[in-house]
Design a protein around this ligand. Structure first.
Ligand SMILES: Nc1ncnc2c1ncn2[C@@H]1O[C@H](COP(=O)(O)OP(=O)(O)O)[C@@H](O)[C@H]1O
Ligand SMILES: [Mg+2]
Length: 388
């Protein structure tokens, strides 16, 4: 985490800097810059810190409002204001522009260190905590491949069968109905609502924006229109992933067919990418395009898994033909059962829970275990309990 302390009094800057350095280094980078409020935007643009501590520059509403354009331009940055005599109205404005803490104290003390640690804990910005969550992205090679069906059932399995705290994120602006594959009712807000409030992002806001499908499974829904989806930017994804990394064990992205800057950022941050296709020439062509794109983006081949969905052994095209045409191994064949699959989707029930022994459910567990490294838990081995 990078912290920049700004103010006009060099003595105070030195004292504050010493206080934080003693308590927080070496994990955090701490700098101080002598500037007034007018120079703050330039300092932020230059330093791009995770946290700005503003010493005695913002104590009335007018001064606080000068933070607003900076906070809007760099939504990932948190602020602590040091200063006395702030009235309630000013405090409220400070909160709205994304200020995390206001410490009314003449001299810095341990309360400042505690506030910094609190912010670090809730935001996890700039640390590598995101690496702790397993991130996977599901792409349909062509619409109707079954990618969302697979992504949603796998997210459900991760939570229900492998005991992982899981977040499903729907980034398919054209359909935007992923959570309804496994939940009965839609939520009340979407990822584009969250994007509008990124400067206030913390675990509480993230949880409040999600649909709770299981106690350990949440879903962030996609907005109903492409236009609203445009409000979600790559840096929002970074912030979301940095925070989700400390709150969830797994993050599952449901993607649409188009590659845009947000999708590219997701692919860049994914540990596993699953491309779903079906047997058939149009799917083969589409798969070629998707794999060529992931290769061009520098995604390691060993992290890209190709699933053939709705597989029938008597198809005209054989798996070997697909593998030869794509110069890739098919990593999993998922059988076709339209009546059962569409029945569960229509009811908003995950097939993996309503039909745990169905061949599709069994294949989905293979994907979880072989591609995502999930380890079966005692609960998941339910048949073992019958055998006892
Ligand atoms: N294994 C399968 N067997 C039969 N039908 C399937 C299977 N997987 C998906 N489907 C059907 O395909 C349709 C499209 O699935 P969806 O997940 O929305 O595709 P995508 O996300 O790739 O566009 C669903 O309505 C579902 O009924
Ligand atoms: Mg889909």
């Amino acid at each position: 985490m990078k912290i920049v302390i700004v103010g006009i009094d060099p003595n105070r800057l030195a004292t504050l800097s010493q206080l934080l350095t003693d308590a927080l280094q070496p994990e955090r980078l701490i700098k101080s810059r002598e500037t007034g409020l007018l120079g703050l935007a330039a300092v932020v643009a230059q330093e791009l810190p995770d946290l700005v501590i503003v010493d005695q520059l913002c104590s009335n509403t007018e001064q606080v409002m000068q933070l607003a354009p900076i906070a809007a331009q760099y939504p990932g940055i948190s602020y602590i204001l040091l200063g006395d005599g702030m009235i309630a109205e000013t405090l409220m404005h400070a909160m709205h522009v994304g200020v995390k803490d206001v410490l009314p104290m003449p001299y810095p003390d341990d309360r400042l260190v505690a506030a910094v640690k609190r912010i670090e804990q809730t935001r996890s910005i700039g640390t590598n905590i995101a690496a702790r969550a397993h991130v996977s992205a599901f792409i349909p090679c062509k619409g109707g491949s079954g990618s969302t069906f697979i992504a949603t059932n796998i997210a459900y399995a991760m939570a229900a069968e492998y005991n992982k705290r899981t977040l499903l994120v729907d980034l398919d602006w054209s359909s935007g109905d992923a959570s309804l594959f496994i939940a009965k009712a839609p939520g009340t807000s979407t990822i584009s609502d969250l994007a509008k409030n990124m400067s206030r992002l913390d675990t509480e806001l993230l949880k409040a924006s999600a649909v709770h499908i299981l106690p350990n499974l949440d879903a962030l829904e996609a907005p109903e229109s492409l236009e609203l989806g445009l409000g979600v930017r790559p840096e929002h994804l970074d912030m979301l992933l940095n925070l989700a990394g400390s709150t969830y064990d797994c993050v599952v992205f449901n993607l649409g067919r188009t590659f845009d800057p947000v999708t590219v950022r997701v692919l860049d941050r994914s540990h596993a990418i699953v491309a779903t296709m079906q047997m058939g020439i149009p799917y083969l062509r589409a798969a070629k395009r998707v794999l060529a794109t992931t290769t061009a983006l520098g995604v390691d081949e060993k992290n890209t898994h190709l699933i053939v969905n709705r597989f029938k052994a008597n198809d005209d095209i054989h798996v070997e033909d697909v593998e030869q045409a794509l110069s890739r191994k098919v990593s999993c064949l998922i059988p076709s059962d339209y009546a059962t699959v569409s029945g569960t989707i229509n009811r908003g029930v995950p097939l993996i829970s309503s039909h745990p022994r169905h061949p599709i459910s069994q294949k989905l567990r293979v994907v979880c275990e072989t591609h995502f490294g999930m380890e079966p838990t005692e609960k998941r081995g339910w048949f073992k309990q019958f055998a006892k």
